[in-house]
Design a protein around this ligand. Sequence first.
Ligand code: HEC
Ligand code: HEC
Length: 330
Amino acid sequence: MPDLIAKSALEGKSLTLGGVTLAEVSVGPITSIAVLPGGAKAVAKGLKPLGLTFPFNIRPLMAGWNALFLRPGQMQADPAASAQWNRGAYLVEGLGHCGACHTPRNALGAERGGAAKFAGAMVDGWEAPALTALSAAPIPWSEDELYSYLRTGFSRFHGTAAGPMGPVVQELAVLPDADVRAMAVYLASLTPPPAADAAAKAADLAAQLEAKAAQALMPLDSMGSRLFQGACAACHSSDGPTLLGARPALALNTNVHAARPDNLIRVILDGIPSPAARDLGDMPGFRDSFDDRQVAALVRTIRSKFAPEASDWADLEATVARIRATPGSH
Ligand code: HEC
Ligand code: HEC
């Protein structure tokens, strides 16, 4: 498969996979991390799976999609930007197909452009968050944290790569550090310019957010806080012992601050059974332990304690029921 891509690139041809053309691939990369639009369930009839694993096995939903929306040819480098930035742009936009999940689509299923690029979208029942200034992350993403997240599956100021993002991090493992660093440089340029002392500022902000969460009232008699203490605090409380693996701080986690509760509910129902990297550890799921009302109460408590400035999520119980009934493939 990588050979095929390299060969097509050498010959200046675009490669078509299951009806989707992988444009923007030029000579150089020896491996493909392409992700094709559509969902895992959209595997076209009669197409042999080719022995490919996720995310290579995702097929497009619509015929004719190429002809309408694919920009033919290779990406043009931006001469005003650094070689590293251009390399990153090429990897993120071309080979990485990050937009396949992170960019919303128009009515015909093509990725939208302009300000909508990387503005966040739903994929396989998960929200692929905005990677731009629209990000809900309470601490702005920096180049170093993006690098850490893409390289290790974990950023101390954000959280872990769960759901459909886990396999992406696994695929990225074949890239050299310089390429992952270039991707981080490019992605960081999509968010507001960082402060000169971004790392120190982020650490300060993290401490403030954690302190605020620690002070937030959690009436012990409420169902949500009892469930939190019983089921989550042992691994996630900021003053608890550091157990094996990553211990994402909920006060810093994008999913707790997001406009929609979907990812948080999915993580609670199904846990994180296959971590992006083994040393992150896995998280148990609570699908069979809690009913919809309990999960809703837990989610409400987490939101008010760890994202006190965000507005409450509406219709939580119905949302939990919907998400429970439509398990994703992760
Ligand atoms: C198959 C769909 C998919 C693809 C492809 C994908 N992502 Fe993601 N991404 C997600 C999902 C879903 C999440 C949320 C994961 C979570 O909450 O743990 C995510 C999370 C992220 C985050 C963390 C955002 C935050 O605020 O927490 C970053 C950064 C990111 N992805 C970058 C990338 C890059 C770079 C690429 C291309 C190499 C990429 N993603 C490709 C689905 C995808
Ligand atoms: C046994 C320890 C353990 C328990 C109990 C636990 N978690 Fe986790 N949690 C983890 C680990 C480990 C991760 C990181 C896993 C990974 O991504 O590989 C995690 C990740 C998360 C994330 C971040 C996901 C992301 O995409 O960034 C959230 C949110 C979360 N847990 C919420 C909860 C809630 C709510 C509860 C209680 C219902 C809970 N956890 C119970 C260990 C635990």
